[in-house]
Design a protein around this ligand. Sequence first.
Ligand code: ADP
Length: 805
Amino acid sequence: MSINEKDICRLPLVAMRGLVIFPEMVMHFDVAREKSINAIKAAYESDKKIFLTAQKDVFIEEPEMKDLYRYGVIAKVRQILTTQEGILRILVEGVQKAKLETLNIGTNYISADVLPLQYSTRSKIDQVEIDAVMRAIKKQFDQYSQLFPRMPKELIVAVMCQDDPYKLFNSIIFNIGIDFYDKQKLLEENNILKRLNLLYSFLIKETEVLTLEHEIQELTKENMDKGQREYYLREQMRAIASQLGEEDEQEEVFEYMKKIQELNLSEVDTDKLYKEAERLSKLPPASQESFVIRSYLDVVLDLPWNNSSKSKANIEKSRNVLNKDHYGMQKVKERVLESISVHSLMPDVTGQILCLVGPPGVGKTSIGRSIAKALGRKYERISLGGVRDESDIRGHRKTYIGAMPGRIIDALTRAGTNNPLILLDEIDKMSSDFKGDPSAAMLEVLDSEQNKTFRDHYVEVPFDLSQVLFVATANTLDTIPAPLLDRMEIIELGSYTREEKFHIAKEHLISKQVKKHGLKNSQMKIQDSAIYDLIDCYTKESGVRELERYIASLCRKAAKAIVSEEQKKVIFTSKNIESYLGPRKFLQDEQATENTIGLVNGLAWTSVGGVLMPLEVIHLSGKGVVEITGSLGDVMKESAKIAVSYVRSIAKRYNINPDFYEKRDIHIHAPEGAIPKDGPSAGVTMVTAIVSALSGIPVRSDVAMTGEITLHGKVLPIGGLREKSMAAYRSGIKTVIIPEKNVPDLHEVDDIVKDNIEFIPARTLDTVLKNALVYQPEYNENEYDNAASIIPPADKNTSKPLAYL
Ligand code: ADP
């Protein structure tokens, strides 16, 4: 380097803050200070040359000589751009290194006397050392560029292929972001070897810093909570979407994602839902598939994952609610209150499933609603009648077109809470077919062990059903699969007596219907006698459903009269009721009018409660055919055969021609053929009817009976005594013959029934016949050879004319 005093020149100076320029380097930067702006303008207007040197402290506003580095660069101003804020953006190209000699701080700008410097000549360099350091630098640069984001590939290639130490130095120093102090050191160093060595050490330092920075970043990223990360990703997606002009559609996806996050589900489930939302974001918004996903997400997000009613367990209050809504039903109410008590002691106890069994219209459904009210839970009803497909309970996989969640999930959505009372109505009417067994799915729903993670096929994400209170209703237990029955606590609800019906109507049904029809209690009255008429002559049922319907009908008539005829009040009486409802349909004692030959009141138990089921028998000349009609099942047909055989065995005792089974056809018929009848309990009825028909002795019309028979004439016990006796009572029967073994069941029979009916226990058919037939035939000893030994002999002198066949 040669120094020549004459070379000193005066140039405008710009003090650089945090920047160092090198000869041959082109760079642009912004200039804000007025003196610097003026300096540049001055330079630009003359030979465009300017002296650039760095400030030692970037914060000094008006630098003096001591604040500036002595070595800087003479540069050419290539371009000036004035930005709106009055800042000057300039493009400069470094020309030559120069040393600052003196500084002239003018009012307008600073100018400097600088001495241009030359680098030492290339001849003095040791090539081997240079090669070594160049190789080291390249290697280090390679490492550095891997850590440096967005390093252009071309630059890396250019560096790797560079043989010239000066050019190598330049291409690296122009492009890396090292500290300006270090850059200044490099600028000041004249020796290329030393300069390269310095550069190498700075590169190492910089690589280490970058490595550390990366490590810290990674660590922070890991530590960043999942939510934050997702938020960050979502923000990114939102930005991308807005760039693509798909903001609206994506907005929806973000909404979904936000809601999914708010559900606080397990990680696996959240991920699953996220995936769906992500799929949605990738699909065209109008496509079929995106529609499917959207409805899926809507269903899942609508489920009450975290929403529950505050279930309050106050016994007194609950008792009041139950009593207010329903008349009688003491057993059910007590059992429900017990449940509530247990619940208040141990709120976490789960798995108590009540099953209310009884004929229709006895208030099973409505007591379910009251229980929910008493417990402060939401009430939802699922009708299971006719459900024959598992997917009804558990939903369809969402891959099916039109797939929907099952009824359980549906009920929960409607309830909007995760602890409602769900009434499984008519659980006995579920049936299975080739599409799967719904009761298997039901088992899972009702099992407190399994229902914590109930998986609907559609929803896929498990839902906890353990807080749900299930109450089932059924008409009969016969058709409920045993495993299902095992999980439930059965509470039987019996038929109502006439008195009970009266109270229910007077205290509940009438006011309920009056209100429902927009009437006031003062506008309509049904007299007591009319209520009894409704019960006796218009309805024939175990429950009060028909009764309620008739009351509703009267309410409509009253409403019409009030509106169209401007009546103030409508009073329904026993006298005028026919003008509103038409003639009475059932006349009391309808069947208990006349003692008839071959007609016996049987008692049957059907799923709609007990019914009086008359049985008719006639005999005709023929050849011993037993004809059976009236929808009788197989068991009934067998009973008929046993009955015929038994009657043959006692034929003589009743003066019946023992050959009747050869010469006469017997026709047994159970009227109301539309109702299928089966079961063994009509055995006694058949025998009585056949004996009556063949012997010509009428049967007492005020007697009803039930009981299974054996060939030897024993009477076996039957079920459903309570319902059957209730039916007898309703029909005005005075005497009911029951199997002796059923006597203990009499305690279940309502008091009003016991007060009005005489129960005759029968151990053998003899007792049955004695009490049912109007009279007993005289005993003919000569003819008596084949009768069962249990029949006592009668007086042969008073024997009545034989009804020979
Ligand atoms: P189920 O479910 O047993 O077929 P519902 O619950 O539908 O019977 O009852 C039919 C109607 O009779 C309902 O309006 C119900 O409120 C009313 N009801 C039944 N039993 C009673 C009762 N003991 N007290 C008051 N209302 C009753």
